[in-house]
Write a protein that binds this ligand. Sequence first.
Ligand code: ATP
Length: 264
Amino acid sequence: MIQLDAITKTFNPGTPGEKTVIRNLSLAVESGDFITIIGSNGAGKTTLFNLISGAVFPSAGEIRIKGRKVTFEPEYRRAMHIGRIFQDPLAGTASNMTIEDNMTITAKKGFRWPKISLNRAMRQKFADQVKTLDMGLETRMKVNVSSLSGGQRQALTLLMTVLSGPDILLLDEHTAALDPSNAAMVMEQTQRVIRERSLTTLMVTHNMNHAIAFGNRLIMMDAGEIIVDVKGAEKQDLTREGLIQMFADTRKKAFENDEVLLST
Ligand SMILES: Nc1ncnc2c1ncn2[C@@H]1O[C@H](COP(=O)(O)OP(=O)(O)OP(=O)(O)O)[C@@H](O)[C@H]1O
């Protein structure tokens, strides 16, 4: 589904601020994979997502999505295939618009109904879709999104993202700003939509328990490289201590990222 071959990303090349953030990284993501990504601060996790989505281009290497070479293809041309959710619950929806109007924008973005006008049937369809979240929001379709909790907004963002029909979901710490119960709720919704829509998913998280508990494969990054890559039974047997030890064994130093180490 996604093929990264020998990707290197250097910011500000040839200047005093030159910084290589991704180093000769190769990764093959199979269709239906749910990969969790964890790592030290500044390891390059967000940059990896930016490379996949086309927000930045590599300095070397090649990227393919669904077999098609997209290395230098702009972000908007990949957007049909890729849904991305960020940490900030305010980022995915327009605050001063109603749930219904936010849903209308999504429908237009997905080009599913190019000549969309908000008629009765469409209102019902949106309400039915929001009802799948099981949060009672279908009775509040005309309230501004600004009145929703962070968890409700993030769940709505998730729904709107998948309704635009991507095959690939990039989750960039999408529960990190939520309290534990809202984070658990959004993770439940996340698992449901991934399963129902057979989405290929990469999830960056600072929560070590989430990285271990979710998905079929776990990747640990450090200094622009993948240093741990476990899947299947090996991932199922993984523990926090085991993961920290794997880092220490590979890097010959202790793992440093307080947010990860203190996550519960
Ligand atoms: N546009 C840019 N120009 C220069 N440096 C950048 C740019 N984007 C990212 N970096 C640097 O690249 C490094 C990796 O950043 P990135 O955000 O990918 O790391 P991360 O693993 O997501 O980090 P964190 O866990 O702290 O969020 C950081 O040192 C960052 O300062």
